[in-house]
Design a protein around this ligand. Structure first.
Ligand code: XLS
Ligand code: CA
Ligand code: CA
Length: 437
């Protein structure tokens, strides 16, 4: 018989051979890998919106899971917080992430909503002190309410821009009060459905203005953490301005925001953009914008954002390889922006889906360590570019050559040596490392 949610006090690490249902097979939080504890490599976080609020509603039907907490108003949100912290303690998760509307009720206007938000911040602060659990990042939900139907910072209405900015200020204050290490901007409705009604240049200027105002205000209040942009190519709008990591980086550079903003990369958003998760991480890493991760996965047969718990070990391994190569997380972490499927509708399923996600990334970390220690893949890449180590290649590398010199050098080369890319060999090595024991 499967144990009941209430009976489970904590999830132990029992190793890969255990048949115990509520146990970690790979996540051994204090085990040291490359000089650092697993928990500090992974910095797992709970997403408040999916875990505490979402109840299984979809386009075709209502709730399948009871998250009513049998109360209303502030009382209900306090009960939600109690549940959230108890759940994180059971799982040994040390961080959480929220939108303003996830943690507090909404009032009739910004002032009343901010009052409720501040009340809940006091409550959460106490819970943090009692448990040692920390805030990874906070964000403003500037997409759900009907006033944001045509965007928030990119709305054609300046009043909506002002309300969005006011909500961002309240979230910055809340994040600082809770000692959070990041502030996320996901441009939910910042995009367009048709260019027939859209002044794109003006909207992009306004988006940058809100980010600049947020940065300046937060820094003035002493915020030392990171600001993250979370790219997503589409959904809910047909085109989102923060399409992918490359697009966002050129946007940040155009508006001189590149020193303060990094990326929060979500796996499911990467695949919606037609990229692999690893591609988005690689772009961020090589351009110096690696920040935080929303760990989940999409269904490649569906064209929308399914936010499933990540169980694909291949992707998790290549993700952790990029994280290790980037030098690990500083202020960021792995936030499970994921929900159990609609038909996985019990509280036990909440635990099981987190266990599956945490174990997948723990396994990914272990395998990424092996890839690096094994060295064959890194060595192959290193050797592949060896022609740039000396002679003409070195001069190209150092940007110390003219086009005329290159012409003279190249004019009599008939059969330049280009070595095989050996893709299948490298994929075989990866399989060998993943499944070889
Ligand atoms: C939605 C996004 C959102 C952000 C935070 O697709 O993933 O949940 O992570 O606003
Ligand atoms: Ca996300
Ligand atoms: Ca998503």
């Amino acid at each position: 018989m499967m144990k009941k949610y209430e009976e489970i006090k904590n999830i132990p690490y029992l190793g890969k051979d255990t048949k115990e249902v509520f146990a970690f097979r790979y996540y051994n939080k204090d085990e040291v890998i490359f000089g650092k504890k697993m928990k500090d490599h992974l910095r797992f976080a709970m997403s408040y919106w999916h875990t505490i609020n979402a109840s299984g509603t979809d386009m075709f039907g209502g709730d399948t899971m009871d998250k009513s907490f049998q109360s209303n108003g502030l009382e209900k949100f306090k009960k939600k917080a109690d549940f959230a912290f108890d759940l994180m303690q059971k799982l040994g998760i040390e961080y959480y992430c929220f939108h303003d509307v996830d943690i507090a009720p909404e009032g009739k206007d910004l002032e009343e909503s901010t009052f409720y938000l501040n009340e809940m911040v006091k409550y959460l602060k106490k819970k943090q002190e009692e448990t040692g659990i920390k805030l990874l990042w906070g964000t403003a939900n500037n997409f759900g309410d009907k006033k944001f139907m045509c965007g928030a910072a990119t709305s054609p209405s300046s009043d909506v821009f002002a309300i969005a900015a006011g909500k961002v200020k309240a979230v910055i204050d809340a994040t600082i009060a809770l000692n959070g290490s990041g502030i996320v901007f996901w441009g939910g409705r910042e995009g367009y459905d048709t260019l027939l009604n859209t002044n794109m240049g003006l909207e992009l200027d306004h988006l940058a203005t809100l980010l600049r105002l947020a940065r300046d205000y937060a820094r003035k209040q002493g915020f030392k953490g990171d600001f993250y942009i979370e790219p997503k190519p589409k959904e809910p709008t047909k085109h989102q301005y923060d399409f992918d990591v490359s697009t966002v980086i050129s946007f940040l550079r155009k508006y001189h925001l590149e020193d303060d903003f990094k990326m929060n990369i979500e796996a499911n958003h990467a695949t919606l953009a037609g990229h692999t998760f690893q591609h988005e991480l690689r772009v961020a890493r090589s351009e110096g914008f690696f920040g935080s991760i929303d760990a989940n996965q999409g269904d490649l047969l569906l064209g929308w954002d399914t936010d499933q718990f990540p169980t694909n070990v291949y992707d998790a391994t290549l993700c952790m390889y990029e994280v290790l190569k980037a030098g690990g997380f500083k202020n960021g972490g792995l936030n499970f922006d994921a929900k159990a499927r609609r038909a996985s509708n019990t509280y036990e399923d909440i635990l099981l889906s987190y266990i599956a996600g945490m174990d997948t990334f723990a396994l990914g970390l272990r395998k990424a360590q092996k890839i690096i220690e094994d060295g064959r893949i890194d060595e192959f890449v290193e050797k592949r570019y060896a022609s740039y180590k000396e002679g003409i290649g070195k001069r190209i590398n150092e940007n110390n050559i003219t086009l005329e010199e290159l012409y003279d050098y190249a004019k009599n080369i008939q059969n330049p040596i280009v070595e095989s890319g050996r893709q299948e060999y490298l994929e075989m090595i990866l399989n060998n490392i993943l499944f070889g024991d």
